[in-house]
Design a protein around this ligand. Structure first.
Ligand code: CP
Ligand code: NVA
Length: 308
């Protein structure tokens, strides 16, 4: 069944096969780009991109991706839109739908993205909320596929804050048959409802999802070790408290040594060296981490091609 015209809000809404199709399309578009083969499949189409939080990768890769597909992207800062002065999201959705072929939004509350999607007549893409970051996970799955050759059966370890990345990685990993181990300190665990859903998806795919506190246990024998910032966008005021709470969760060389000898380290970026990861691990892993960042472009083109 075609996903054209649907929204891309969380990976919960897609089957494992649909997620794999996006991954494979991303790899195909990457190969074509490197071979110099043009792919103007969105010629004449426009994507509006509303950002209520900062972004380097998501903004630039969607903008360039849209251009490479023959279309156009408009960066819409919430400071400049009338949303910033109180125009309701419903009216914004209705109006933007009259001009655009798709809307990407990065914001705080996931409910706001759902509201936008409800009132927009064009596909809405979630570019990150406090609860989910699904576009990142398509790029992450492409990266794992490229470096490990498969997704099913991968031992995936996430260590750190139980945040939007944790949620989307658990769902994406579970749906594609990975064995996902998550370790977070008490008080910073992922949302238990999302954990329960991810466990259900894993039961259907033959994978598993395990959430614990001990980072060493999570990393032991892993193929992939993943971490993210301890203080996400919007949590800047909690930085110091969080740095204390996350002692023992830094991914350093000793932690990486517990994983499989050929394990890869991944990070959605931006990375804060000396906190969730050491400079040494970042330097030794840069060939994967920056492939992962590059794959945002290819993943986003696959998402745009699928939904627009
Ligand atoms: N990983 C990621 O989403 O990066 P940006 O915040 O720079 O878009
Ligand atoms: N968890 C981070 C991800 C940044 C891409 C945040 O929400 O700030």
């Amino acid at each position: 069944m075609s996903l054209k015209g649907k929204d891309f809000l969380t990976l919960k809404d897609f089957t494992g096969q649909e997620i794999l199709d996006m991954v494979n399309l991303g790899i195909d578009l990457k190969t074509k780009l490197k071979a110099g083969i043009p792919t103007p499949i969105l010629a004449g189409k426009s994507l509006g991109m509303i950002f209520q939080k900062a972004s380097t990768r998501t903004r630039v890769s969607f903008e360039v991706g849209m251009y490479q597909l023959g279309g156009q992207a408009l960066f819409l800062s919430s400071n400049d839109l009338q949303i910033g002065r109180g125009e309701p999201i419903q009216d914004t959705a209705r109006v933007l739908s009259r001009y655009l072929d798709g809307i990407l939004i990065r914001t705080f509350s996931h409910k706001e993205v759902e509201d936008l999607a409800e009132y927009a007549d064009v596909p809405v893409i979630n570019g990150l909320t406090d609860d989910y970051h699904p576009t990142q996970v398509i790029a992450d799955l492409i990266t794992i596929q490229e470096h490990k050759g498969h997704l099913k059966g991968i031992r995936f370890a996430y260590v750190g804050d139980g945040n939007n990345m944790t949620h989307s990685l658990m769902i994406g990993g579970a749906k594609t048959g990975m064995d996902v181990m998550v370790a977070c300190p008490e008080g910073y665990m992922p949302n238990p409802e999302i954990v329960a859903q991810a466990k259900q998806y894993a039961a259907e795919s033959g994978g598993s999802v395990t959430v614990i506190h001990d980072p060493k246990e999570a990393i032991a024998g892993a193929d992939v070790v993943y971490t993210d910032t301890w203080a996400s966008m919007g949590q800047e005021a909690e930085k110091e408290i969080r740095q204390k709470a996350f002692q023992g969760y830094q991914v350093d060389s000793a932690m990486m040594a517990l994983a499989k000898p050929d394990a890869i380290f991944m990070h959605c970026l931006p990375a804060y060296r000396g906190y969730e990861v050491t400079d040494e691990v970042m330097v030794s892993a840069q060939w994967v981490v920056f492939d992962e960042a590059e794959n945002r472009l290819h993943a986003h083109k696959a998402i745009l091609a699928t939904f627009l």
